[in-house]
Design a protein around this ligand. Sequence first.
Ligand SMILES: Nc1ncnc2c1ncn2[C@@H]1O[C@H](COP(=O)(O)OP(=O)(O)O)[C@@H](O)[C@H]1O
Ligand SMILES: [Mg+2]
Length: 157
Amino acid sequence: MIQHNEMEISFLSIAENESFARVVIAAFAVQLSPTVSEIADIKTAVSEAVTNAIVHGYEGKTGMVRLRANIEDRMLTIEISDQGRGIANVKQAMEPFFTTHPEQERSGMGFAVMQTFMDDLHVASSPGQGTTIRMRKRIRSGSPQGMTGTYGMGGML
Ligand SMILES: Nc1ncnc2c1ncn2[C@@H]1O[C@H](COP(=O)(O)OP(=O)(O)O)[C@@H](O)[C@H]1O
Ligand SMILES: [Mg+2]
């Protein structure tokens, strides 16, 4: 079982890259032999953070979104950063149902979802400079019948 690993990629802030980021994080996390449900949680959390970088951080303009991930024993740490608009009031932004874009039918539940699906969520942001989301999840299963064994990569992507 792998004990330490790191990855980093950057991609353009276009909607198509949400699914790209989901596949990338799943492919990286698979070495921890996560369960189907752990992988689903990680993909959903990454998707929310990447969507936020695209729609709120860059607000339709294009910029680069960076996805970094780190494995330390069974702990997966994920960072998603943009160099967009930033968040003036992080505490308020993280409240369930808070959204600055109600007209786009945003639910305001992105941060709540990240918090629920991951063990730990930290948001660092400066207005005008950008936002970095750091999330952690301890992968518990590590079973020999994890996703690699039972279904192969195809099953979990
Ligand atoms: N990367 C980001 N850059 C700038 N603002 C952000 C970013 N991520 C979140 N926000 C702000 O936090 C609010 C809450 O985010 P979220 O909980 O995902 O709800 P929603 O995306 O539905 O608005 C957003 O409406 C936005 O104002
Ligand atoms: Mg959101």
